[in-house]
Design a protein around this ligand. Structure first.
Ligand code: FAD
Length: 275
């Protein structure tokens, strides 16, 4: 089976961290991912680090910056787009972002759809635009139906594909894809894959972002609570099986949330016969 995949990093905090990531990224480059992406802190909080990380990683594999609009100004977003165009970047992951707690000003572009429109207005040919999708429904959505309509608005504004929030229940993904197709929306919906490496972080993060950990998986993970090696082994089995099922049933590609723990993603790719 030929497998297409992409990998997501976050920008390390120090120059040494960036160098370590660049070295690890060189290993991934040999596996020929479609692209690697670098996250961006809402309100521009990682603006310089994201840019510095992208500069350090640029090479044979295309790099896709994430860009989020909430709490940021049109001017500063346009400046970044100009920089990315000059760097020869051809793909942007366009997001709303989440406001840091206590901050209430949404800024000039309150939704990801507005950012997609801004990118299109800036240059309609330079960037492929990917947006976020939520098979298990975005936690702040008014309803599942409205969330789907808001998602379609991002595609109508010019996004060409979507990466999903991670999930461990493939039915949620297929049901989301079916509902989109029924509404005439046929863009590639790429499953976001979260390797399982650390249970408490995963549970906390999943509660915050609305990703459901099925009861059976929570219970099995609880059994391994003080054994990190067993968690990694079990996690790799579960996630590799999920990836196999998704690919066998026709998912176009996989997007790995590496959390900069590249070994866990490599183990899954090995399990899929890709590494
Ligand atoms: P939107 O598509 O704008 O949707 C946000 C909410 O608003 C949804 O509930 C939607 O239903 C609702 N909505 C949309 N339009 C309207 C409207 N017109 N009226 C009323 N309600 C509306 N965050 C970061 O800060 N940096 C990153 O780098 C980053 N990378 C990510 C990568 C992926 C693949 C994913 C899935 C998420 C990422 N996130 C990132 C998290 C993301 O920013 C949050 O999940 C955020 O809460 C929503 O972003 P969005 O782009 O989906 O927003």
């Amino acid at each position: 089976m030929s497998i297409r995949f992409s990998v997501e990093y976050f920008p390390p905090k120090t120059e040494e961290g960036i160098e370590r990531l660049a070295a690890a990224h060189a290993r991934f480059s040999a596996l020929k991912p479609d692209y690697c992406s670098v996250t961006y802190g809402a309100g521009g909080s990682t603006r310089d680090r994201t840019l510095r990380t992208i500069q350090a990683l640029q090479g044979s594999v295309p790099i896709a910056p994430h860009l989020s609009c909430i709490g940021d100004s049109r001017t500063s977003l346009l400046e970044l787009l100009q920089i990315y165009r000059n760097m020869g970047i051809h793909r942007i992951v366009a997001l709303r972002g989440d406001l840091p707690s206590g901050q209430v000003a949404l800024g000039e572009l309150p939704y990801a759809r507005d950012l997609v429109a801004l990118i299109q207005e800036f240059d309609a040919t330079q960037f492929e635009i990917a947006v976020a999708a939520y098979p298990e429904v975005h936690p702040q959505a008014e309803s599942a139906e409205r969330d789907l309509r808001h998602f379609i608005a991002k595609i109508e504004a010019g996004a060409q594909e979507a990466i999903t929030q991670y999930f461990y229940n493939p039915d949620a993904y297929w049901s989301f894809c079916d509902r989109l197709k029924a509404l005439g929306c046929h863009v590639p919906i790429i499953p976001g894959i979260m390797p399982i490496t650390q249970v408490s972080n995963l549970l906390r993060f999943s509660d915050a972002c609305g990703a459901e950990i099925p009861r059976w998986l929570r219970k099995r993970l609880a059994d391994f609570s003080d054994d990190p090696i067993a968690i990694r082994q079990f996690g790799a089995e579960v996630v590799t099986r999920l990836c196999e099922q998704l690919l066998q049933q026709g998912a176009p590609s996989l997007h790995f949330y590496s959390m900069n723990q590249l070994e866990a993603t490599l183990t899954i790719l090995q399990g899929l016969g890709r590494a």
